[in-house]
Structures are given as structure tokens and as C-alpha cells.
Ligand binder design. Sequence first.
Ligand SMILES: NC(=O)c1ccc[n+]([C@@H]2O[C@H](COP(=O)([O-])OP(=O)(O)OC[C@H]3O[C@@H](n4cnc5c(N)ncnc54)[C@H](OP(=O)(O)O)[C@@H]3O)[C@@H](O)[C@H]2O)c1
Length: 251
Amino acid sequence: MGAERQRLAVVSGGGTGIGAAVARGLVADGFDVLVVGRRGDVLAAAARDITAGSGRADAVVPVAADLTDPAQVSAVVDAVGERTVDAVVNNAGGYLGGPTGTLGEVASWWRANLDANVLTAVLLTEALLPALRRPGGRVVLLSSIAAQRGGGGPYSAAKAALHGWAYDLAGQLGPDQITVNVVSPGYVAETEFFGDRMTPEGHARRVAATLVGRAGVPDDIAAAVRYLVGPSAGYVTGQVLGVNGGSVLGR
Ligand SMILES: NC(=O)c1ccc[n+]([C@@H]2O[C@H](COP(=O)([O-])OP(=O)(O)OC[C@H]3O[C@@H](n4cnc5c(N)ncnc54)[C@H](OP(=O)(O)O)[C@@H]3O)[C@@H](O)[C@H]2O)c1
């Protein structure tokens, strides 16, 4: 890692998909990046891949942690050490399916989605609050178009919860000139999000729902995150930025 004056970003879910694109973009913007996820091997491969072309061999550091577990979040705090954190990008999450026959199963399904999409962001952000740069820190939360138009059951509800929390956090951290914003992606291909759930018909339907006639790619979302954590976005806080090809209009 570079000297203390090098900006530092923490990107959860930075080993794959959107998070890896964010990490790659932030390294290009001059940040050191800690990428966090549960699979150490996936993170290490992403770190190698991103640093290979960057000219800074130590620009990306992998930190393996399940961010739903408060005890494991300390691994990130330890990796940050005495450094100041310029940006926390809460990108970890996803849709978790499961049986829903009994009320107990419904409870487990909802808890799993809330844990994966809300608790991961809350625990990581809370743990890093003391280390955030004041003034000038940035917090970004990755939501989903599902929060704005439904379509994912507890996943939609969990992502929508991030919006309300972002508004509170923006108020709390505003006096320290720290901004808090939500990026809400539409359909983004080329990630692990859909696993084997995607079909050619599902892909075509999602593309047809956009105004621009194509699927999003991770770099589309990374571009929005890079803007929000950059120096020119200091007057943007408490906002939800849809990056969805026009599938949902301005809300
Ligand atoms: N792709 C889309 O169409 C789309 C649309 C709207 C919103 N989003 C959102 O965008 C974000 C990134 O998704 P993606 O499309 O890039 O999918 P992805 O490739 O599946 O990325 C999700 C990342 O989150 C990490 N993660 C999940 N649970 C975690 C946990 N408990 N602790 C730490 N890391 C965890 C995963 O790594 P490990 O499995 O190794 O932990 C993985 O790297 C997600 O929040 C997703 O909900 C995606």
C-alpha cells in the first residue's frame, strides 16, 4: 500500500461483478482499495488481476470476512489500521432464495436477505465511521431497481431499507462534510448476481424494459460510484442515483 496521503477506499463485494469494477476504477483514480468478501481465493484473484495493469503492485488488498457477522468485520478494521478511510462502498449483497412453506422458513428467508443486503452495509459502515476522513469522506450504498419498483420480495424490501438509512446517515455525517448516497442499478449482466437463474427470455425482457436497448455492465455502475466518491461530488448527499438504462424514471 502507498503512503498515508494515498486515498483509501473499502469496497465490499469487491472480488466480483460490480464491486470488482468499482475497485478497478478507484485504483485507476489513484485510490488504494481494500476489497472485502467471504471467499479469500476470489478476492486474491481479483486483487492480482486489478493490480497487474495498474503499475502499483500493492494497490489492492483482499480482506476475507462475512460482513453479516460483527466479529468478522473487525478483520476490515484491522486491515485499515491507523489509516484514514476516504470512501466506503457498500456493494456486498444479492438475492437469496429459499423455501417459504412454513412461517419459520419465511422468517429465515427474510432474515437472510436483510442480513446480506442491510446488515453487511450497516456493520461495515459503523465499524469504519471513526476512520472516515473528516472533512471529505464518502459513503456509497448499492441498492437496486427492485427497491423502486418491486420484483424481489424481501430483496426489494431490504434494498429499500438502505434508502431510509442513507437519509439518516447523510444527516448525521453532513456536519463533518461526509456525503452518503445510494446507487441503484438496473439490470447488470456479467456478474454472479443471477447465477443460474437467468434465461435468454429473462435477459431479453430486461433489455427491452430499458430505454437504451441494452443490458448494463459493471463499468456503468462503477462510473456512478467513482463520480460520487470523487472530489467534485461534495455537494451531493442523501440522493438515490438510478443507473438503469431508463427502466425506471427519476424517482
Ligand atoms: N447485477 C444486477 O443486475 C444488480 C442489479 C441491482 C443491484 N445489484 C446489487 O449490486 C451489488 C453487486 O452485485 P453484483 O451484480 O456484482 O453480483 P455479485 O457478483 O454476486 O457480487 C456480490 C458480491 O457480494 C459479496 N458478498 C455477498 N454477501 C457477502 C457477505 N455476507 N459478506 C461479504 N461479502 C459478501 C460476494 O462475495 P462472496 O460471495 O465471496 O462473499 C460478491 O463479491 C449487490 O448488492 C446487488 O444486490 C445488482
